[in-house]
Write a protein that binds this ligand. Structure first.
Ligand code: ZN
Length: 144
């Protein structure tokens, strides 16, 4: 599958990279599910797809996770590196620690950048950006 163009979709930012290892992740996002690999031997969750970081096993399966997590780290970009983000400067890029353990890169939405903090509880939300791709984002979950 090749990435669709901005002309086809109206999406003028880069599309996620897609390969055999990550296709299952993006397919799950399209269904509005968050899925990472889980070790069949010890039960540890792993992202990105790899051997188990806990026991070294290669006996991995895909498993849906809760979509709950906390902000592990984040940055706010003030400099424009891609014209597609011109209307969003400054924007955040966050590392989310999923409740199941793995760290996942994403963005925090519907929250002012100056309110984002490490340890802030978040829940996954989905943004359908084309017929083929849905992005996972996270929304603060400790306020209504
Ligand atoms: Zn394991």
């Amino acid at each position: 599958m090749s990435a669709p163009t901005a002309e086809q979709t109206g999406w003028n930012k880069p599309f996620p990279g897609l390969d055999a290892d990550t296709k299952r992740f993006w397919d799950a996002c399209k269904r509005h599910e968050l899925s990472v690999q889980r070790c069949r031997d010890c039960g540890a969750y792993e992202w990105p797809p790899a051997h188990c970081g806990s026991c070294g096993s290669a006996n991995m399966e895909w498993a849906e996770v809760s979509g709950e997590g906390t902000v592990f780290s984040f940055v706010v970009f003030h400099k424009l590196y891609h014209p597609g983000f011109a209307d969003e400067i400054p924007y955040n890029v966050a590392i989310i620690e999923l409740a199941e353990g793995p760290l996942l890169q994403s963005n925090i939405v519907d929250c002012p950048n100056d309110e984002i903090h490490v340890g802030m509880p978040v829940s996954v939300v989905y943004e359908d950006i084309s017929d083929e791709f849905t992005l996972h984002r996270f929304r603060r979950s400790d306020t209504t």
